[in-house]
Design a protein around this ligand. Structure first.
Ligand code: GDP
Ligand code: MG
Length: 442
């Protein structure tokens, strides 16, 4: 796998410190091959390699991982980023009902199947009542196909009227959906074997008559490079809002996903993972990144190493505290770090012996919102006040509370916590640093 190959590139090289340019360039050769093998389009590969190279050269190698593992992590992070980040993007369902979702794509890409899958998904996950309409007048029996699927999932389909053109069907579907008080109207459009002008004209006409909230491009992930050209054509003609990648259950290696996101600039919202109507998943960039890299635990290993670094930071901070140098700036940095690391819950999962500490926090009503509030309070202090909390008299506290949209008692709570932390940190120092603390909690 790519992850093995990457770590392999760096095998002879156990040196610590920053990643060297030549090593990074060697590693990128492997990344390039792997991406091409995964069917990522060439311009996308180039852009990806540039981005990763820039990040990797000169970056520090964390203790307890090898340079190769570090590079795998950088590659993985960038893949996730290019696939749309950590979060999946939900459908826009807040518009005035019936919310119109228009499905577009080539013939055989999986539009009709995905239409039915979505109707089922919307019913089960969002409690939405959908109506489906097939605008495919090209293929014989295309409209019947949707009607059969509708029966299977118990979702209304627009009655078939022979000889009607797509735009007229769309109009009739809108009326029917309103009449039936459907929350969502799913328009399953016709495809062609190739993108052509007639198809694009039809898509434009249907889109302007039905004013869709979502226009989802359905793409077969197995078509790899071809998918890119299809996506380009559709992007230029209709206002796409997202992509559904079908046949992710096949042996596609995820390359289409990377290309698709890059070419359309639109989020991949769902992945089709089989022929059955429940085989539709919210798209998770992380999973596809893992698939492209074909890696095991390298990423989590590096993440753990990063957590260890934070622990060392904390140790340095404890020293400052013990010397009486800990001020509200330090507290703020701490709060922000905790937030970055995924809040209190994540922190507890990551740090050894934090279980009891977490339970204690939960009992005292401390949650992640509290972190944000405290950050806001410190944010509305002047630099002088942060460096010297003793300055905070009643008048200043009122000003700070107002600035943060909080009460004076919230400011007092924060100061109390700050004092307790200062005291606790001095204790910890006496007991042998954070490791002593961990032993105590564990
Ligand atoms: P359309 O021409 O775009 O409407 O494509 P269809 O929805 O009719 O699908 C064409 C074929 O692909 C059908 O046999 C579907 O069962 C199959 N199909 C659609 N989505 C998926 C998927 O995610 N995985 C698999 N394995 N097959 C799929
Ligand atoms: Mg169809």
């Amino acid at each position: 796998s790519l992850s093995d190959r990457l770590t392999g590139v760096f095998d002879g090289l156990r040196g610590r410190g920053a990643l060297r340019e030549q090593d990074v360039r060697d590693a990128m050769r492997e990344v390039r091959i792997a991406l091409l093998e995964a069917d990522v389009a060439l311009p996308v590969v180039r852009r990806f390699i540039d981005a990763v190279t820039e990040k990797a050269i000169g970056s520090e190698v964390l203790k307890s991982v090898t340079p190769g593992q570090q590079v795998v992590k950088i590659v993985s992070d960038e893949l996730v980023e290019m696939l749309g980040g950590e979060e999946s993007v939900p459908l826009e369902l807040e518009a005035k009902p019936p919310v119109v979702i228009m499905m577009v794509g080539l013939q055989g890409s999986g539009k009709t199947t995905s239409t039915a899958k979505l109707a089922k998904f919307l019913k089960e996950k969002h409690g939405k009542k959908s109506m489906m309409a097939s605008l495919d007048v090209n293929r014989p029996a295309a409209q019947e196909q949707l009607a059969v699927l509708g029966e299977q999932i118990e979702c209304a389909t627009l009655p078939i009227v022979a000889g009607q053109q797509p735009v007229d069907i769309a109009r009739r579907a809108l009326d029917a959906a309103k009449l039936q008080a459907a929350d969502v109207l799913l328009l399953d459009t016709a495809g062609r074997l190739h993108v052509d002008e007639a198809l694009m004209a039809e898509m434009k006409a249907v889109s302007s008559i039905s004013a869709p909230t979502e226009v989802l491009l359905v793409v077969d992930s197995l078509t790899g490079q071809d998918a890119v050209n299809v996506a380009k054509s559709f992007t230029e003609e209709v206002p796409l809002t997202g992509v559904i990648l079908t046949r992710m259950d096949g042996d596609a290696r995820g390359g289409a996903a990377l290309s698709m996101r890059h070419v359309t600039g639109k989020p991949i919202k769902f992945a089709g993972t089989g022929e059955k109507l429940d085989a539709l998943e919210t798209f998770h960039p992380k999973r596809v990144a893992d698939r492209i890299l074909g890696m095991g635990d390298v990423v989590s290993l590096v993440e753990k190493a990063a957590a260890t670094i934070k622990e060392e930071d904390a140790e340095a901070l404890a020293k400052r505290m013990a010397k009486g140098q800990f001020d509200l700036n330090d507290l703020r940095t701490q709060l922000q770090q905790m937030n970055q690391m995924g809040g209190l819950g994540m922190l507890a999962g990551m740090m050894p012996g934090m279980k009891k500490a977490k339970a204690a926090m939960a009992n005292s009503g401390m949650d992640d919102k509290v972190l944000v509030h405290m950050d806001a309070i410190i944010g509305s202090m002047t630099p002088k006040e942060r460096a010297n909390p003793a300055l905070l008299n009643a008048k200043r506290k009122r000003r700070i509370a107002a600035g943060a949209g909080k009460e004076v008692q919230d400011v007092n709570k924060l100061l109390k916590m700050y004092q307790e932390m200062s005291r606790a940190m001095k204790q910890i120092k006496k007991m042998g640093g954070l490791k002593g603390l961990a032993a105590m909690f564990g």
